[in-house]
Design a protein around this ligand. Structure first.
Ligand code: FAD
Length: 406
């Protein structure tokens, strides 16, 4: 029975766990829960991976990741190396590493700081002078002063990830419904009642014992149904891609202030990203990159890799990502409602953190505890006391949140 048929069936069995959102977080969590034998229903109002998950740059970056997130990120990276074996499909995982570039003194100091910080967590980061950088990557332009290399960083093809995990979860027995929107939800003595509507306007109330909020940039609405606040804002990094060009680079190249980054796919296309992120309209769910923004980012690109001037950009896009001011997700149990779990507002890092976030959530749901380091991500940090702690954390990361790398 397809997900939609299941939704419409009179006597459909409601699930132990209902997941709102069929992005990579929802699909990975469904897969982890099925591996642990729980019945799972994923409710996605659009298409699987149709929002942030399907449009990301594709970077699994560890280098420069901030301290509260790095332990979970390292765990996630170990899981990523096994993902294709686990789900039996390729997501074009490529462990070519990640290069940070510096174009001035301040950025060079930042490379050194990142390397020291990485070492403190057992992540080796190699510092590289200009001469050696040019030897390894001869295409680099005159502005590059120094580089740092993290070999454990990787990339995947983001378009493949959510659908591949959904298929793997389905093979294990999960029910995945596309084009079913959750309009409202409440909690009562019997668990959760979800008021849902399918693409033809048919409405039904589904029941579940456990509810997972994996609704991405829209997760604040779901939290609000249970009296909780997730003070996220929606923003979108600008992305572009060139026609296929002769192979010239393996690792991702990333000016350390985030102003431009690029990677070459196995087909030869160069995917280009760059800050600042743009504000986007989460209500219309449509986004685009303005032409002036494209020109700015292309100017920065050819300063780093001048030979790319000769090639054509064939597409631009952005997406709607939920950010929090401390650039960390909300991951863990609700503070108001037993059986409700949040896994959202990944602030630009959800692809990298995904496998570990899903594992932590599945452990919490099935055993009530997880040994994974998710303590910094509790929803309690938005209480008055929590906010004070977050504020002091945020001060460590000085620039405007829209301009931060990653
Ligand atoms: C342009 C861009 C580049 C990025 N680059 C990177 C990168 O290089 N590395 C990295 O780690 N991260 C990156 N990210 C971030 C990463 O893509 C996200 O953190 C991750 O995809 C979040 O996954 P998600 O499942 O939480 O959210 P989403 O993929 O947004 O999924 C949430 C889903 O919930 C659904 N939904 C919402 N409300 C309802 C409802 N009421 N009923 C039913 N369904 C609902 C939505 O339709 C959506 O499909 C990038 C993001 C963008 C936009």
């Amino acid at each position: 029975m397809s997900g939609l048929e299941h939704f419409r069936a009179e006597n459909a069995v409601d699930a132990e766990v209902a997941i709102v959102g069929g992005g990579l977080i929802g699909c990975m969590t469904a897969h982890e829960l099925r591996r642990r034998g729980r019945s799972v229903l994923v409710l996605e109002r659009g298409l699987l991976g149709g929002q942030s998950s399907g449009v990301s740059f594709g970077s699994l970056r560890l280098q420069g990741q901030h301290a509260p997130e790095l332990p979970l990120a390292l765990h996630a990276q170990a899981l990523w190396t096994e993902v294709e074996t686990l789900i039996g499909e390729s997501v074009e995982f490529a462990g070519h590493g990640h290069v940070h570039l510096a174009v001035d003194d301040a950025q060079e100091a930042r490379l050194a700081g990142n390397a020291e910080h990485g070492r403190a967590f057992g992540l080796p980061i190699e510092l590289i002078g200009r001469q050696e950088a040019i030897r390894r990557w001869p295409f680099l332009g005159a502005s590059v002063r120094a580089a740092s290399f993290s070999a454990r960083d990787a990339v995947v093809n983001p378009r493949l990830v959510a659908p591949a995990f959904a298929r793997a979860a389905q093979r294990l027995g999960a029910t995945i419904c596309e084009r079913v929107e959750v309009l409202a939800a409440r909690h009562d003595a019997g668990g959760f009642a979800l008021q849902c509507r399918d693409r033809d306007g048919a409405e039904r109330t589904l029941r579940a014992e456990v509810l997972v909020n994996a609704a991405g940039a829209w997760s604040g609405t779901l939290a609000g149904w249970f009296g909780e606040t997730i003070p996220l804002f929606a923003a979108g990094p600008a992305e572009m891609v060139t026609e296929p060009v002769p192979r010239f680079v393996e690792p991702t190249m990333h000016v350390v202030d985030g102003s431009v980054l690029f990677r070459q796919t196995s087909r030869g296309n160069v995917v280009i990203g760059g800050h600042p992120r743009m504000s986007v309209d989460a209500t219309t769910r449509r986004t685009r990159v303005p032409p002036d923004k494209m020109l700015t980012n292309l100017g920065r690109l050819v300063a780093i890799a001048p030979h790319l001037r000769a090639y054509a950009v064939i597409r631009s896009w952005t997406g709607i990502e939920g950010y929090l001011e401390d650039m960390m997700p909300v991951l863990g149990p609700s503070a108001t409602t037993p059986g409700l779990f949040h896994a959202c507002a990944f602030s630009g890092h959800g692809l990298q953190l995904g496998p570990a976030a899903a594992k932590a959530l599945a452990e919490l749901i099935t055993t009530g505890a997880t040994a994974l380091p998710i303590a910094p991500f509790g929803i309690g940090r938005f209480s008055a006391e929590g906010r004070r702690q977050v504020h002091s954390l945020a001060e460590e990361f000085q620039d405007d949140v829209l301009h931060r790398p990653g």
